[in-house]
Design a protein around this ligand. Structure first.
Ligand SMILES: Cc1ncc(COP(=O)(O)O)c(C=O)c1O
Length: 344
């Protein structure tokens, strides 16, 4: 367990959201220069927004409390009520946001296959063409990079460009909650992914280890509208530079180390594949920090792990997830592997 790691000596593999802020983040937070961001006067927030916009190759960015809000701002801005949003059927924006796209934005999700983590261009083209057959009009395509439910798989830029072409001029939004994991895994700069989409969001509070916050980036006019929409949803913050300061430390200093999380996830995957050879998990396909596999009795498995001080989680009935992050070190992985080896 690294300094500031999981309390109580537990090995917490439930999510990469569980990390403690690093000493450098806490120091930056304490010393942050702040102002009222309602008036656009917080210099630390402005610095973070500029740094992210540059990193993903967009004109502007907005600091928001959560990845969910960033996704939902994109949906509300790009998809008028009564239209279809095409997205992979297991994506966060589809199944993990309290049905906000329907409840708050009034859109209907058209869920398509996302087995590989990427969308199939023909599925997107089909949905776009279906308007000629009395289907609602498609307004937006959402992709997730990395794609959590497929085990954190990154997109290729080529596949993304094909989906963009299939969407024939419609906007694309990228849920890049873990975009920097994709960057580190593939060697493709975040901006190259960003170039294929209209808007992109990333979370600072996942692999990058910041305590709070996400960013939505896109063209100037859209981000100006996103600012109004954020206010409407109660997400405008005041001296939020105290949070943005940690985010800057995360964005500037925590990306390169993701390679360690990926190597550790691969080791966990080997342990899972050794214990359950028939589960269909290929450790070689684990490209980032997430290991997902089926289990017949997840409750029993999680209880066994918990008894050994290992916390894991489920993402759907019969689907177990292990996630590596800043507060998991090699010794933690060894402990988890030993517990997996004797698991029911
Ligand atoms: C792929 C993906 N998108 C969006 C989110 C939402 O982020 P938040 O928890 O900050 O709302 C998550 C959170 O786990 C996620 O995994």
């Amino acid at each position: 367990m690294t300094p500031g790691g999981a309390p109580g000596g537990r090995v917490d593999l439930r999510s990469d959201t569980v990390t403690q802020p690093t000493p450098a983040m806490r120091k930056a937070m304490a010393e942050a220069e702040v102002g009222d961001d309602g008036y656009g006067e917080d210099p630390t927030v402005a610095a973070l927004q500029d740094a992210y916009a540059e990193r993903v190759g967009k004109q502007a960015a907005l600091f928001v409390p959560s990845g969910t809000m960033a996704n939902q701002l994109a949906v509300r801005l790009l998809a008028p009520p009564g239209t279809l949003v095409v997205a992979g059927h297991r994506q966060h924006v589809v199944v993990h946001e309290g049905a906000a796209a329907a409840a708050l934005a009034g859109v209907q999700i058209h869920g398509v296959d996302d087995t590989s983590g990427m969308l199939v261009p023909a599925d997107v083209a089909w949905a776009v063409a279906a308007v000629d057959h009395h289907w609602p009009r498609v307004s937006l395509v959402c992709v997730e990079n990395t794609h959590m439910p497929s085990g954190g798989r990154p997109w290729t830029v080529r596949a993304l460009a094909e989906v963009r072409r299939a969407a024939v001029g419609l906007p694309l939004h990228m849920d890049g909650a873990r975009l920097f994991n994709a960057e580190i895994s593939t060697g493709v700069p975040a901006a190259a992914f960003g170039a294929e989409v209209t808007t992109v969001m990333s979370c600072l509070s996942k692999g990058l280890g910041a305590p709070v916050g996400s960013l939505l980036a896109g063209p100037d006019d859209l981000i100006a509208s996103a600012r109004q929409e954020r206010h409407r949803l109660g997400g405008a913050m005041r001296q939020s530079g105290v949070l943005a300061a940690a985010g800057l430390v995360a964005l500037r200093g925590m990306v390169e180390r993701l390679v360690d999380d990926h190597a550790r996830a691969r080791r966990l995957a080997v342990a899972v594949a050794d214990r359950w050879p028939d589960a269909g998990l290929d450790p070689g396909a684990v490209a980032t920090n997430i290991v997902v596999f089926p289990h017949t009795d997840p409750g029993r498995l999680l209880a066994h792990l918990r008894a050994a001080g290992i916390l894991a989680g489920t993402i759907a009935p019969g689907v177990v997830r292990l996630v590596t992050h800043l507060d998991i070190d090699d010794a933690d992985v060894e402990r988890a592997m030993a517990a997996l080896a004797t698991a029911p």
